[in-house]
Ligand binder design. Structure first.
Ligand code: 5AD
Ligand code: SF4
Length: 484
């Protein structure tokens, strides 16, 4: 994520990644797993690979040799589900697949559609919701016995905290670490609270252990993941956990600011990122942690969704435009170099041209480093679907989307031009996709930077002086190796 094309509508759901975690075993059964949607799904697929790895499954990137094909799905917009349906049909009609292959749907679409996925079309053998992955061995057994298998129970506790993910398609340098699951926010447009269930935080010690282990294995960056990371709360005291952990005073719990610091203190050359922040929950202590720890990256994903207060209220975002603006100002005050990105929805129920203009205005005012932009897609079962009419014509939604994409592209171009001449510390993540003599990495602000390889290598921290830019990338030249 983070490339320029990510800004296009539906970018988050088209992504499919074939996972390859072959551990060298030649024998045994093969799992092919493809992930759609948010990073959380990609991270969950690593849990799934781990659970089935214990049963002797190795993963493969070749669907045709698979005994088990899993699609880890997304329901956030209608088109995301459409993509999965098409894929299921392609799988069904692929003559080269194994005759005995079984097909499973995991993730949000499994949770939303439940058994219907088995009944509707004969495309699927197994349906497993996001909280049922520990049960996959039994579900797979049932399927192998010729039965259909469904488990869509949501849990209030499951965080898979003791399962060591099998890193798949990893660059060996950056990894995602899930710190919480579910969401209690109930934004009216959003299906996530229904598909991923109630918010719950993962044991802090197990998070720190996982990050330490990654560092020992040579990883240099962890991204702490959750639908709403700033409401992370943990206590080792089971009684406190059982009671209202959310209401407990900060000094009695490990909150997100404390967790960030615990992870940042593992090593100065282990970068820490996090996503996603709800503007209402990000507090000064988190900003102070970013300011005080150089390895906590200066980048906050702070979805606005809209720039108009009436629409924000209708979305149940619980802040006004002014309140959001004040939050942005506070971030810039505490961390002057902080990059901020956003998610925006155009054409939410009853949005007028004037209200859309407020969103345009907000974007021009904040000048986000990155924006993920979508037109509103009504989702069955959400509060908006029940309470409001989806009355903005599709053409209008799309025209508004195009308008903001164009504006954001212009802003990116200007912001990138202003970077020329500056120097940044870049963590090298890999070789450039376009030119094998170039390396690619990010600065603290999450900006992709390309520079000639010389003698630098993947995993190095390198000072790079920016010489050229496009609206998507910065191009520079290395000046120094940074040592820790
Ligand atoms: N329609 C369009 N976009 C949506 N998002 C969530 N639900 C919808 C929907 N029904 C967007 C929001 C969210 C991002 C992950 O997806 O902007 O922040
Ligand atoms: Fe959906 Fe809102 Fe929760 Fe994000 S914070 S997952 S948009 S309900």
């Amino acid at each position: 994520m983070g490339d320029h094309q990510d800004m296009l509508e539906e970018s988050r759901q088209g992504e499919a990644l074939a996972l390859n975690a072959s551990n060298g075993m030649q024998e045994g059964k093969k799992l092919y797993i493809e992930s759609y949607g948010c990073q959380m799904n990609f991270s969950d697929s690593e849990i799934v690979a781990s659970v089935l790895g214990n049963e002797g499954y190795t993963t493969t990137t070749n669907m045709e040799e698979a005994d088990l094909i899993f699609l880890n799905t997304c329901s956030i917009r209608d088109k995301a589900e459409e993509t999965v349906r098409k894929k299921l049909n392609t799988i069904k009609h692929n003559p080269k697949k194994k005759e005995t292959v079984k097909v499973g749907v995991l993730g949000c679409m499994a949770e939303r559609l439940k058994g219907k996925l088995l009944e509707e079309e004969k495309l699927v053998d197994l349906v497993a919701g996001p909280d049922s992955y520990r049960k996959l061995p039994e579900l797979v057994d049932d399927v192998e016995d010729g039965q259909k298998a469904v488990n869509v129970l949501l849990s209030r506790e499951e965080t898979y905290d003791d399962i060591e993910p099998v890193r798949i398609n990893s660059n060996g340098i950056t990894a995602f670490v899930s710190i919480m699951r579910g969401c209690d926010n109930m934004c009216t447009f959003c299906v996530v609270p229904f598909t991923r269930g109630r918010e719950r935080s993962r044991n802090a010690a197990s998070i720190v252990e996982e990050c330490k282990d990654l560092y020992k294995k040579g990883y240099k960056e962890v991204t702490l993941l959750g639908q709403n990371v700033d409401s992370y709360r943990w206590s080792d005291d089971p009684e406190l956990r059982g009671r209202a952990l959310k209401e407990a005073p900060r000094d009695e719990v490990i909150d997100f600011a404390k967790l960030l610091i615990m992870v940042a203190e593992i090593a100065p050359d282990l970068r820490v990122r996090f996503s996603t922040s709800h503007p209402k929950d990000i507090i000064d202590e988190v900003l102070f942690a970013i300011r005080d720890y150089k390895n906590i990256c200066n980048y906050i994903h702070l979805p606005a969704q809209s720039g108009n207060t009436r629409i924000l209220k209708k979305m149940n975002r619980t802040y006004t435009r002014e309140w959001y603006n004040d939050k942005v100002a506070r971030i810039k005050e505490v961390i002057p170099n902080c990059a901020i990105s956003t998610d925006i929805i155009t054409g939410f129920c009853s949005e007028t041209d004037e209200e859309h203009a407020d969103t345009v205005d907000l974007m021009k005012q904040v000048r986000y480093e990155l924006a993920y932009m979508f037109f509103y897609s009504e989702r069955p079962g959400t509060l908006a679907q029940k309470k409001y009419e989806d009355d903005v014509p599709e053409d209008t939604k799309k025209a508004r989307l195009k308008e903001i994409i164009d504006i954001q592209t212009g802003i990116n171009k200007e912001l990138n031009e202003a970077e020329i001449g500056k120097s940044y510390e870049v963590l090298v993540e890999g070789v450039s996709k376009r030119n094998e003599n170039d390396l690619r990495g990010r600065n603290s602000q999450n900006k992709m930077i390309i520079f000639p390889k010389e003698n630098y290598k993947v995993g190095d921290y390198v000072m790079v002086k920016i010489e050229k830019s496009t609206s998507a990338t910065l191009i520079g030249k290395a000046t120094d190796l940074v040592t820790y």
